[in-house]
Design a protein around this ligand. Sequence first.
Ligand code: PEP
Ligand code: MG
Length: 323
Amino acid sequence: KRIYYLSLKDLPAVTVTGQEITLATNIGNPKDIDDALKYGGKGVGLFRTEFVFMGKKKMPTEEEQFEAYRYVVERSEGHLCVIRTMDIGGDKPLSYLDIGKEENPFLGWRAIRICLERTDIFLTQIKAILRASAYGKLAIMLPMIIGYEEVTAAKSLIKEAKSLLESQGQAYDKNIEVGIMIETPAAVIMSDELAQEMDFFSIGTNDLVQYTLAVDRGNQRISHLYDHFNPAVLRSIKTVIDGAHKYGKWVGVCGEMAGDPLATKLLVEMGIDELSMSGPSIPKIKEIIRKMDVEEKIVEEVLKQKEVKKIRQLLAGTVLANN
Ligand code: PEP
Ligand code: MG
């Protein structure tokens, strides 16, 4: 099996009928990139930049961040590298940033909410990303978006960062793509309007499941309720893909669901453009895509289902048929 997977490394993730999916990798530490691409991923679909901020005594400078982002993009073999702006808060605190005591950190001051108030932090990060974009193909991705005002505010700060760099004579990619993560029900519901503003979406199923179902993603007691095959989640994913495609924008999944072999056929049939996962998950997912019989449609049947168990059964049947 290992040898077989190695032989897949340089082959594209394309279905029998020619639908090609970008399989990318998720990374945390910049150094992860050294290992990540050996599984055949095409670039980085999610760089969790929190790791550049965590485990430090103070906020990383623009220069430190620039070095981290440049390191990753220079090793991405010319493929797109999606850099998510810091997703601090929730379960990821920083010793040097006082968030205060919160009853519900997952519903609290986190991610884009911090960035839009602490514009000094956001502008520093955006400038660092933009500078790194002179060294390869980068995209900026904003986490935890709930609405239109956030994307317009973030976009105007990105514009400000670009002017600052221009006045300093610093190079950057003027066509850099800016996208958002879809990880809240609000973003799903507003996906039509948001798609018109953004270059791409990436569905963060880890949080989307948590917020759609009101199930804490880390609580073992209720983990049986935490399921990305919940029909409410699947219908949300379909809405988001259709919303983006209506305006010609691409959509990925970068939550754990992207690496779940049981989800591959469904997501591909729904029209997903990119799946981003941990490196070791890539060969298996690629194998499924390359064997996928797209004649045998399942989306309609799956979306009709009302029970998670039925959905899992239906999907299990198709995966077995593929192997
Ligand atoms: C997600 O929420 O699905 C995601 C990819 O982001 P994180 O797991 O870092 O919250
Ligand atoms: Mg998330």
